[in-house]
Design a protein around this ligand. Sequence first.
Ligand code: PAF
Length: 282
Amino acid sequence: MKVVTTPREYQSLIADYQNEGQSIAFVPTMGFLHEGHLSLIDKAKKKSDIVVMSIFVNPTQFGPNEDFDSYPRNLSRDKVLAEQYGVHIVFIPKVEDMYPNNRMFMVNVLDRVDVLCGASRPGHFDGVATVLLKLFNIIRPDTAFFGMKDAQQLAVVKGLVESFHMPVTVVGCPTVREADGLAKSSRNVRLTDIERTEAVHIFKVLEKAKHDYEQGVLAIQSIQSTVLNELNRYIKNGSIDYVEVYTYPELNFQFETANQMIIAVAIQYSQARLIDNVVIEL
Ligand code: PAF
């Protein structure tokens, strides 16, 4: 596995692979790798010749009061895991390499961001879209892999690639879960024992709503209140940030013309904010 730290270094390395016609799959991360990331690498390996992973904790997607400084980092472990899982190139830039002119340019995302996490994290998706525009320009991937857990992020990335005509196929991959169903996340390590125990109900409640909708016993109009009531029964140590139901990936209410809908939930615990969702074919 090659470790590169500057865009220039990456571009001279990748030129040979591109000249040979090798396809490039990209897994962007902020590090502190868990099984969710590793499953993205597995998917990437199956689709391409070369797998590139980036590890970059992107400052522009954190708000002033968010956890940029305390975001979990463990670069040496990440490098070992990436190599074990078959990443060919890991790109670990510094902030000044990614933002050579500080914040001279930022992508301003105007749709799909005023709901779900975007509503309580103003500017977050501007930061995500900005860093991905930069990373896609540097890495030049044929395909890029994202987890469905961050469904709004995936919806924004799909819109970004379409809007800027980028020759990248964006692949959404199923959420990887603990044995009891909790979605894997770098932030799970911050849950207390009691929070961890009750957090298992988040996915159970979502799955039940999906099942009930598919069986015709739950109407779209009742999903939001039903899921909220169910979560209120179980979540005693966290606060429910939102339960929302939209078309996917458009994130609006035009259910009549949509192919999919999403039920998405966010719970704020003392040291961790958990998100999860289910997507349902309409
Ligand atoms: O999902 C993440 O880890 C980040 O938002 C991403 C896509 C790597 C952009 O910084």
